[in-house]
Ligand binder design. Structure first.
Ligand code: SAM
Length: 144
């Protein structure tokens, strides 16, 4: 079993085992979650279409890449970053062939160089720390 660097986080702990990761991915393929998935994809396509083609988009945390494939339709390259190597491995299997990079990292300690990504897309997590509280966010970071 792999040992994730940030597995002490209770939330992250839900996504460490492979069966948990697969369950998360598959949940969005049927029933109510499938409808949510369709709506989120459509909304994301609309948002992305307004931005035009981007060079590099960061999906943080990417999970199993549920929305990374949509981001890839509008960018030359997508970076998937997540604290769980398991989630990233499932994404890598599912997104086989997509121009993508995979980074295992704690989202609170990810260091980004200025201008290294055109867009940070973030959804499906919450951070509670002294400095941040974030539920659903999608923020653009214009390159210099
Ligand atoms: C509910 S999933 C959302 C994934 C994706 N954004 C989506 O909408 O399908 C939450 C993801 O956050 C990751 N995660 C939780 N805590 C994290 C942390 N501290 N650093 C990096 N990733 C984290 C989990 O591994 C999981 O893949």
């Amino acid at each position: 079993m792999s040992h994730d660097r940030v597995s002490s986080s209770t939330f992250l702990g839900r996504f460490v085992a492979r069966d948990q990761g697969l369950r998360y991915r598959d949940r969005y393929r049927t029933g109510r979650h499938a409808r949510v998935d369709r709506l989120e994809r459509a909304a994301l396509r609309e948002l992305m279409a307004d931005l035009g083609t981007l060079h590099r988009v960061l999906d943080l945390p990417s999970g199993t890449g549920r929305l990374s494939a949509v981001l890839a339709e509008f960018a030359d390259r997508v970076t998937l970053a997540d604290g769980s190597s398991t989630m990233l491995q499932i994404a890598r299997e599912d997104l086989n062939g997509l121009p993508a990079d995979y980074i295992q990292t704690d989202l609170e300690s990810l260091a980004l160089n200025a201008g290294s990504v055109d867009l940070v897309f973030a959804t499906g997590f919450s951070i509670t720390s002294k400095t941040a509280h974030c539920a659903h966010a999608c923020s653009a970071n214009s390159p210099a």
